[in-house]
Design a protein around this ligand. Structure first.
Ligand code: SIN
Ligand code: CO
Length: 388
């Protein structure tokens, strides 16, 4: 349960109907009395860590942005000017529990859609320039104030400033402008142009949502079904007729293969399985490490007997799907799928919702041997962590 709460006046149904994926909206006092999860200095500290993804964007002269990638050194920060730079640190929710906690406020959206929480600290005047993102994002203001200019939805061929690693828009036209202070959030749907500038030293939490691209879906699903593909199934032209021009590929000779190909792809159940695996893939798989010594069922029972708590690895991702066709519930953890009979539905739902698994929880997952075995395997593979 988060110590923060969404504004009681926020109507998630109305938000989903009117704005989600459709148009930007300012959510004033989205989180009332918002207090930051960390200080700018702590953010800078994270940006010095090897495993943390970070960037520093400096506007050396008006309209000229420079990008550097972390990890940084303390001296990189002491050399910075008073103004016009932004430090951006990706996936802070992986490292700071209080930031991970913010994700629970977005439970009006599927948890598997959330990608990460990036936090930026911008010194007065700092900005990363006009751009668009492919993801939905909530820009939640922490300390200080930021001015956001928002434009229209960009085409995929919107002209970008050439020769820059930052994909900045050549022609940015602002159609809306907002000034955000602590607790306000600006929702930006995919591909809407936006440009935030720090009015004064300020923190911004970007809650970003993942959505596989069509290219990822075509490639990923093809790879998934290719594994069971019968190598004997080939292009065939048993309907070939005499009198062809020798080099011609007659369109009707492709009919059988094209039909087989489209039939093979049109498998919603298989696609659903692939999709669950794909969206539950961790962003940082290297942060999920199997135990050096696997726990046997006896070792695991002894561990539980010692009163150990099982926590979800903050890098792990969990989702489930009811499969009416197969009369089963599919659990997806870190890119893999496990199938359970429907009688386990409430346990799987409870497991996916629970931040931690303790023997005393109202839904006692450990009372069920099948779930206990699942938990053992997840602990062995690093998706769960044991805490005293
Ligand atoms: C920022 O935090 O300044 C940039 C975030 C964004 O525009 O996506
Ligand atoms: Co952006």
């Amino acid at each position: 349960m988060s110590k923060r709460q969404l504004n009681a006046a926020f109507d998630s149904e109305d938000f989903l109907a009117q704005y989600w994926q459709k148009k930007p909206v300012l959510l004033t006092k989205f989180i009332p009395n918002f207090s930051d999860s960390l200080a700018p200095e702590e953010l800078a500290g994270l940006a010095c860590e090897e495993l943390v993804e970070s960037r520093l964007v400096t506007e050396a002269e008006p309209g000229k942005w420079q990008l550097r990638h972390g990890p940084f050194k303390d001296s990189d920060f002491t050399q910075l000017p008073q103004s016009n730079w932004t430090l951006l640190v990706q996936a802070v929710d992986q490292w700071v529990e209080d930031v991970a906690d913010i994700k629970t406020l977005f439970n009006f959206l599927p948890s598997w859609r959330i990608d990460d929480i990036m936090i930026s600290f911008a010194a007065q005047g700092g900005s990363v320039g006009p751009h668009y993102d492919y993801y939905d994002v909530f820009l939640l203001q922490g300390q200080g104030e930021r001015n956001w200019k928002v434009g229209d939805r960009c085409d995929f061929n919107a002209e970008l400033v050439s020769g820059e690693e930052l994909s900045l828009l050549q022609n940015f036209k602002s159609t809306m402008e907002f000034n955000l202070s602590a607790g306000d959030a600006l929702y930006i749907p995919p591909r809407f142009a936006h440009w935030g500038t720090a009015t004064n030293d300020s923190l911004c939490y970007s809650i970003g949502f993942r959505a596989p691209s069509m290219a990822e879906m075509i490639e990923g699903f093809s790879d998934f079904i290719i594994k069971d593909q019968d190598p004997a199934q080939r292009y065939e032209d048993s309907k070939a007729q005499a009198g062809l021009r020798r080099a011609e590929i007659k369109p009707e000779l492709l009919d059988a293969s094209y039909r087989q190909l489209t039939e093979r792809l049109a498998q919603k159940q298989e696609f659903a399985g692939w999709f669950g695996c794909y969206v539950s893939q961790p962003k940082y798989p290297e942060l999920i490490q199997p135990l050096d010594d696997e726990l046997s069922p006896q070792d695991f029972a002894a561990l539980l007997g010692d009163g150990v708590q099982l926590m979800k690895n903050p890098s792990s991702r969990f989702a489930f799907m009811e499969s009416a066709a197969k009369d089963c519930v599919l659990l997806f953890v870190d890119g893999a799928m496990v199938s359970f009979s429907m009688k386990q539905l409430s346990n799987i739902v409870a497991f996916c919702e629970a931040p931690q698994i303790v023997p005393s929880s109202s839904n006692n997952l450990l009372a069920d041997p099948e779930i206990t075995e699942l938990l053992r395997q997840l602990l062995n593979q690093g998706s769960l962590l044991a805490a005293d």
